[in-house]
Write a protein that binds this ligand. Sequence first.
Ligand code: SAM
Length: 263
Amino acid sequence: MTSEPIRFTDGAGYDRFMGVWSRLAGQDFLGWIAPSHGQRWLDVGCGNGAFTQLIAQQSEPLSLVGIDPSEAQLAFARQHPLLQSVEFVNADAMTLPFPDAAFDLAVMPLVIFFVPDPAQGVAEMARVVAPGGTVAAYAWDMEGGGFPYRDVTESLSAVGRPTPMPPSPEASRFEVLGDLWASAGLSDIQTRVIAVERSFADYDEFWNTLLGGPSAGQALATMNEEERSGFRELLRARLQPAGSGPITLAARAHAIRGTVPGP
Ligand SMILES: C[S@@+](CC[C@H](N)C(=O)[O-])C[C@H]1O[C@@H](n2cnc3c(N)ncnc32)[C@H](O)[C@@H]1O
């Protein structure tokens, strides 16, 4: 493990590396929340807008606000044609710049393990959602092998190039999520496992996806060209033992939802 933070500095690179996964899992998550149309939404840690797009396209929000501390991610989101009516704000989940009860739903897709104090982040979502509203999140099962690129991170660790890790990986455990939601005073707490798969046409597509993204891409950037091409073949032997053809990866996330108690 290393203390280097994961850097979200390239919205397009993030989209290839994680945005595709985010929309796959997010589709399941959104269907599970099943919000009615005409709601006031807050997307906490909206990043480059990968999940925000699903809300905009499918939930007919009355209003939609996304917050994130990465200006590069927000800049990508602001350019997206589907997101022109979304209000994007540079802010932190732990100090949301909104009054109490300003939203009907607050969601945190693939973010809770990045928040240094997850309890504060959940308490903030509960504060800004009106009574009867929903606070929901989903996160890769980081400690149970659910991260989509776990083969990559394990292989990088094995060659002494550990991938930067988020500050609160334990927050993706169901028991921790349950405690966080209960401690924030939320009721009707429900959980769900989200399982998804993603295919890459060939090894080149997979490898280029890694290079441009955060996390594994940062570890690969510390290698010189010779080390990187050696690692490329090592990883290929693990993921594509036959030497050609598509590559399919599986991932698993934990989702949770709760209700702000009514008046
Ligand atoms: C894996 S991305 C998820 C982005 C988006 N929600 C999605 O589903 O694709 C994690 C995001 O969390 C943001 N983030 C990191 N720390 C944060 C914090 N303390 N408060 C809010 N967002 C944070 C990062 O900038 C990044 O955009």
